[in-house]
Design a protein around this ligand. Sequence first.
Ligand SMILES: Cc1ncc(COP(=O)(O)O)c(C=O)c1O
Length: 484
Amino acid sequence: MTQSQQYAISQYPDVDDIYRRLDALVRQPMRRVRDEKMQEYLAYFDTKCTRSKKLTDEAKRFIPGGVQHNLAFNHPFPIAIEKAEGAYLWDADGNQYIDFLQAGAPIVLGNNYAPVRQKVIELLQTCGPVTGLFHEYELKLAELVNRFMPAVEMFRMLGSGTESVMAAIRGARVFTGKKKIIKVGGAYHGWSDSMVYGMHIPGTGRMEAKGIPAGASANTQEFYPNNLGALKRKLIFNRLNGGTAAVIVEPVGPESGTRPVPFEFNRKVRQLCDEFGALLIFDEVVTGFRLGMGGAQGYFDIKPDLTIFGKCITGGYPMAGGIGGRAEVMKCFAAGIGGGTGERAYIGGTLSANPLSCVAGYYALLEMERTNAPVIAGQAGDRLTRGLQDIIAHRKLPYVVYNQGSIIHLETSGVMLLDFKNPIRLFKEMKPRKNMIEEMGAAYMANGLITLAGSRMYTSMADTDAVIDDALSRFDNVLSNVEG
Ligand SMILES: Cc1ncc(COP(=O)(O)O)c(C=O)c1O
């Protein structure tokens, strides 16, 4: 890897080979951690995490389920975190963990990075977190995003990725005068009414849409991951049925590349969007700045019409959302009393674009550029992936590991790869395979490793070779105790 490397992905993964191995993984029986060892791992929580248990048990009286974050680990019970620094987290009982959750991806500089924290404190001392009026850091952040991603000619901050996707859909409809929105089956674009559709598992349509009227997603469609023929058929069909306002994709594939895309996929989607007059929306909530300062759009060299931001846009600080893109589309989001001219797509938020979020985002992005954090985090991801691949080969396990820079996938049960192509297997195996990754996640945690749902990891600049090598020996510990 050279000094001039700009993007976190050092080598694009061999997507066909990954699918072959994932397919083989879900065709064979699960290889779980041996029962007696699993009991030992679970005992860790009962003996070493007593304060976490007490706190989260009490929380159940006042907070539904006792936890508020969808990525919090519930098995065997949630852990309360008290301290975060660099590559590590410490729980309420003082146990230390290597943090590969990274809050679900916003952190590329490492936890609680001091230079950004300092800038946030300085701002709070002068202006406080919010005034409801314009602050210079809004301009600074918008200009900076435009420097990194020239396709983002204009930019607006919002409260979350979910809100920003809602805005993009609305703006795309206003701009094109068309109705339908096409997404990739299995992709997560937040929890708005129209996007709780084909979520997590391709082909599931409204399966998760409890409490959402059918009309809310009547103009949402999904196509099977990577099936460009199916996308084209939908675009053709929609021509006579209200037209397609936009196609929205996660550029590395749904669920942060859990089903990775072939390298040329995004370019072909761009061409189809142009052919059918639909806008292309890149959901860069995860990839935005994590893959490099130019985002996935820079890496793949594609110009989306609209880009969704979240997570990294505030460097892990609150109100992480934003939408940007072509000026002529973005103009429909003009705000302020009397600010809108022409057709307006109504969006807003009391705390949106507050000075705290903007200063945090501005300095986090500048620091990421200065330190080359996305590339360093990507190199940590490469080292972790290679090490895990060696362990898996050495122990003759069927598991599949691959990465797109600092996004690492460790598939042990393959649950995320089940779908309606094989409905019998889906219904029979979804629960046990889901249970298995929960067990794996708990086993990793008992060995001092925090992952995302036991199957995904994000690395940061704080993950030095020593941290990764330590993590690998902990993973080896768990993987040496898998059923033969
Ligand atoms: C690709 C993608 N889009 C949108 C969202 C929603 O963002 P938020 O959680 O900020 O609402 C997420 C969240 O994980 C995401 O991964």
